[in-house]
Design a protein around this ligand. Structure first.
Ligand SMILES: Nc1ncnc2c1ncn2[C@@H]1O[C@H](COP(=O)(O)OP(=O)(O)OP(=O)(O)O)[C@@H](O)[C@H]1O
Length: 247
């Protein structure tokens, strides 16, 4: 297993946001996390990436216990992520956004280099191309269209060369057409790089379209984990989440 989460729990005050969750992600597996608003999906990601410390439980990555490690330490170990809220530098160009991420991945400091502007240029351009932003190098992050900003975020995460990518609502706010395009882009990128993906998503066409396995969270608990067809056939999931029967 690439990632193994066991008995993970986190409460905020009296609220149990994530409760005794067990999740595994295998090599080159595409796994989705679904569940109603407030189910604990983002908290689960924040626990895995070290942005929140768990109250209980163990997170093992490549056989190493990473529970309670700091976010930069975890990202250096190969877990990259994007956030629900956009996390780009709006006043830097698309090129500079990806370049900064590459500098950070390679532990380089741009101030040390007088000609830093073009440093790693080929690598940056390759990443921008791969996320469909080949022609947008010089556009300021803040001026890109929303869908392009989400794709830039993907590029920033890929610059860290992760083995496991966590994406929180990668198609949020996109039109149906853009959603299909971005979903296929993500699937192709993950397959081509032979990496693993875990993503939180509300759009069921995306979830059923690219997941090898779907994990269903409800009130902080993992209530089901299975292949798309198994999730579709599960009555409890249907009732709680997919909107069939009682609410
Ligand atoms: N920092 C925090 N302090 C207090 N409560 C929090 C905090 N973060 C999350 N919560 C609460 O924990 C619960 C789980 O939240 P979380 O954001 O993980 O859910 P989610 O499944 O990602 O929801 P959504 O689909 O709306 O993004 C919610 O009730 C939320 O209000």
């Amino acid at each position: 297993m690439l990632l193994e989460v066991k008995g993970l729990s986190k409460s905020f005050g009296g609220l149990s946001a994530v409760s005794e969750v067990d999740i595994t992600i295998g090599q080159e597996e595409l796994v989705s996390i679904i569940g109603p608003n407030g189910a604990g999906k983002s908290t689960l990601f924040n626990l895995i990436t070290g942005h929140i410390r768990p109250d209980k439980g163990i997170i093992t990555y490549k056989g190493e216990d990473i529970t309670g490690r700091k976010p930069y330490d975890i990202s250096r170990k190969g877990i990259g992520r994007s956030f629900q809220k956009l996390n780009i530098f709006p006043r830097l160009t698309a090129f500079q956004n990806v370049q900064s991420s590459l500098f950070s991945a390679k532990k380089m400091n741009r101030n040390l280099f007088s000609d830093s502007y073009q440093m790693l240029g080929d690598e940056v351009e390759k990443i921008l191309q791969s996320v469909g932003l080949g022609g947008q190098s010089d556009t300021l992050g803040g001026l890109l269209a929303h869908g392009d900003q989400k794709r830039l975020e993907l590029g920033i995460a890929l610059a860290l060369d992760p083995d496991l990518l966590l994406l929180d609502e990668p198609t949020q706010g996109m039109s149906p057409g853009e959603t299909v395009e971005t979903t296929e882009l993500i699937r192709d990128l993950v397959r081509a790089r032979h990496i693993s993906l875990a993503f939180v998503e509300h759009d069921m066409s995306v979830v059923f379209g690219i997941s090898d396995r779907i994990n269903v969270l409800h009130q902080g608990m993992l209530i089901f984990s299975g292949k798309p067809e198994e999730v579709k056939a599960n009555e409890e999931v249907q009732r709680i989440y997919l909107g069939k029967g009682e609410k």
